[in-house]
Design a protein. Structure first.
Length: 277
């Protein structure tokens, strides 16, 4: 399972559209299973779910799956078998004869995965599959993805939910402004930068913040509470920064070894990328 993450406008959807052949790259090569992206051979081996998918809402789920299965050239008997299996995987087997206009957004996302799987592809490409869903809907989609992974299907998906990527992905790539900044196993990201410490503190003086910024790798507002500042510092500068915080009236809440989590690693990578670019 490969997680593809980056800020809005980084190039995630553009990359995905290139891989599935909706747009053509102006330079370079994109290959899927050794075949040029966009060719019939390459497309026959992938299933795709866009961030915002549109369906024939007047149709029943089962009928639309039959329709797209027929477009794939799948026999009716084989379609029946696959439709039953796919609807069970996504937890919609009891909704086969329900019209799509009666589905919730979460149900439509799960239906979209069943639709993408109708051709039994070895690769599934999902663009923001949990975007706009409530926590229950997010968990239901995540559970479906994990079930498919357990069946040996390779899944490539973009996401803004970093905790989700950290928990379920084997590998990830961080992209910004069209450039891949980092790519590798998730475990490698979480083990890197052991010489870095993360400080969470409450800072009120702007002058203190600027002083700390000169010594820190990054100084960012905590995503969970904007009154808290997250400061990443190298091990050699830890004592100096802590001293400055205490003398400057800052209130230290926590000091932990390492970059903390994928969110912190992500922000550091984007910041470094902006400096290089």
């Amino acid at each position: 399972m490969f997680g593809f993450i980056g800020p809005n406008g980084a190039g995630k959807t553009t990359t995905i559209k290139t891989l599935i052949g909706l747009i053509t790259a102006t330079s370079g090569d994109a290959l899927l299973f050794g075949e040029p992206a966009g060719t019939v051979k390459a497309k026959s081996k992938i299933g795709y779910l866009s961030e915002i998918a549109y369906y024939y809402n007047f149709m029943e789920a089962e009928n639309l799956l039959h329709y797209y299965g027929a477009l794939r050239g799948i026999s009716r008997e084989e379609r029946k078998k696959r439709i039953k299996e796919n609807l069970e995987i996504v937890g919609l087997d009891d909704r086969a004869r329900t019209k799509l206009k009666e589905f919730s957004k979460g149900m439509l996302q799960r239906f979209g995965i069943a639709l993408a799987m109708i051709g039994n592809p070895p690769l599934l490409i999902l663009d923001e599959p949990t975007s706009g869903l409530d926590p229950i809907g997010q968990k239901e989609v995540k559970d479906v993805i994990l079930r498919l992974k357990s069946r040996g299907i390779t899944i490539f998906f973009s996401s803004h939910h970093l905790t989700e990527v950290e928990r379920i992905c084997d590998r990830l790539g961080i992209i910004s402004r069209g450039t891949m900044l980092e790519c590798g196993p998730v475990s490698q990201f979480l083990q890197q930068d052991k010489g870095i410490f993360t400080i969470r503190a409450v800072l009120e003086e702007q002058g203190l913040i600027e002083k700390i910024r000169e010594k820190a790798i990054s100084v960012e507002k905590d995503s969970a509470d904007d009154k808290i500042t997250r400061i990443s510092v190298p091990e050699g500068g830890l004592s100096s920064v802590v001293s400055d915080l205490i003398q400057g009236g800052g209130r230290i809440l926590e000091v932990v070894s390492g970059p903390g989590d994928l969110e912190e690693i992500f922000f550091n990578a984007i910041k470094k990328g902006e400096q290089i670019q």
